[in-house]
Design a binder for this molecule. Structure first.
Ligand code: CDP
Ligand code: MG
Length: 149
């Protein structure tokens, strides 16, 4: 099924000049970029984004990290986009992330793990709405689309 998923290149990914590497991988896979912006998250945006983690021992450190510098917000569309991007990002803790995934190729940390992606259709809808208005999301055709579903 064609899905849209929310992806963020976190402040470590921006600082380590990995925005292009992340975009290249998603494009190469056949996904379509339908929304993009760059922001330094406010504390309030960060708390909304990571609301389900409130109370966890790592929560304060996670919020401090995610607001520490600019991040890139994107929406990617494609067949099973939500699960595909999660696989491409790799396991949360870089120690467990397979080589070949973004985290497995570029990260060593359990927190500074380069990239975020939605984990379900419900999460994707919620996260996309946190950062994008409807009119900021594009609808357009790609000439190779029939080969990618
Ligand atoms: O990002 P993902 O969905 O793979 O993992 P999560 O379990 O939803 O956790 C969200 C983020 O919190 C992770 O990507 C890490 O950046 C951070 N985290 C952390 O700092 N320390 C932990 N023990 C677990 C997660
Ligand atoms: Mg998560």
């Amino acid at each position: 099924m064609t899905e849209r998923t929310f992806v963020m290149v976190k402040p470590d990914g921006v600082s380590r000049r990995l925005i292009g590497e992340c975009i290249r991988r998603f494009e190469q896979r056949g996904l379509k970029l339908v929304g993009m912006k760059m922001l330094t998250l406010s504390r309030q945006q960060a708390e909304r984004h990571y609301a389900e983690h409130e109370g966890q021992p790592y929560y304060e450190g996670l919020i401090a990290f995610i607001v520490s510098g600019p991040s890139v917000q994107m929406v990617w569309e494609g067949e099973d986009a939500i699960a595909q991007v999660r696989k491409m990002n790799g396991a949360t803790n870089s120690l467990n992330a397979e080589v070949g995934t973004i985290r497995g190729d570029f990260a060593l940390s359990g927190r500074r793990n380069i990239v975020h992606a939605s984990d379900s259709p419900e999460t994707a809808a919620r996260e996309i709405a946190l950062y994008f208005k409807d009119e900021e999301l594009l609808h357009y055709a790609m000439p190779d689309e029939d080969w990618l579903r």
